[in-house]
Write a protein that binds this ligand. Structure first.
Ligand code: HEC
Length: 129
C-alpha cells in the first residue's frame, strides 16, 4: 500500500478498509477515497469536500461501510475514526460556514450544536407546558 502514513490514522483506516473498493480504478458507488486527505487538509483547499466526508461519516456511524462481508474495523477503530471525522468536519464548518446554516450554528462544532439544539428543545417544551 505504501501511501498510508503511520501518523495519519484516517488515511491508514481508509487504506486498510476502504480502498479495495473505493480506489481510483472503477470505484464502488463512484466514490474514490484514494485522493482525500482529511487529516492534512488545508481549510482553504478546494479539494476538501465536506459533503463527501459527511457521507463517509454517516456510513461509518451506521456501520454500513465496509459491507458486512468485508474485513471490518473493530469497535474502537470505528469509534476513533468517527470522532476524528466529526472533529475535522466541525472545524471546517466553523471556519468555512456552509451556506444555509443559521448564523448561531456556524461557530459551533457538532457536539455543541447537538447540545444547543437539545437545550433549545428543552426550552421550547417548558415554555409550552
Ligand atoms: C467490499 C467493497 C467495499 C468496501 C471495502 C467499502 N465499500 Fe463503500 N461502497 C461499496 C459499494 C458497492 C457502494 C455502493 C452501494 C451503496 O451505496 O451501498 C458503496 C458506497 C459507499 C458510500 C456511498 C457513496 C455515496 O455517493 O453516497 C460511502 C460514503 C462509502 N461507500 C464509504 C465507504 C468507507 C468509508 C469504506 C471504508 C471504511 C468503504 N466504503 C468500504 C463497496 C465497498
Amino acid at each position: 500500500m505504501g501511501v498510508a502514513r503511520a501518523d495519519d490514522p484516517i488515511q491508514t483506516f481508509v487504506t486498510r478498509y476502504c480502498l479495495d473498493c473505493h480506489g481510483s480504478t472503477d470505484p464502488s458507488g463512484d466514490l474514490d477515497l484514494s485522493s482525500f486527505r482529511i487529516t492534512e487538509f488545508d481549510h482553504a483547499d478546494s479539494k476538501f469536500e465536506p459533503s463527501i466526508w459527511e457521507r463517509v461519516l454517516r456510513r461509518l456511524q451506521s456501520r454500513q461501510m465496509p459491507p458486512l462481508d468485508s474485513v471490518r474495523p473493530s469497535k474502537p477503530e470505528y469509534i476513533h475514526l468517527i470522532s476524528q471525522c466529526d472533529e475535522k468536519l466541525g472545524a471546517h464548518a466553523g471556519k468555512y460556514p456552509w451556506p444555509g446554516m443559521p448564523p448561531a450554528v456556524r461557530k459551533m462544532n457538532r457536539n455543541e450544536y447537538r447540545r444547543a439544539a437539545h437545550d433549545l428543545l428543552a426550552g421550547v417544551n417548558s415554555w409550552i407546558i
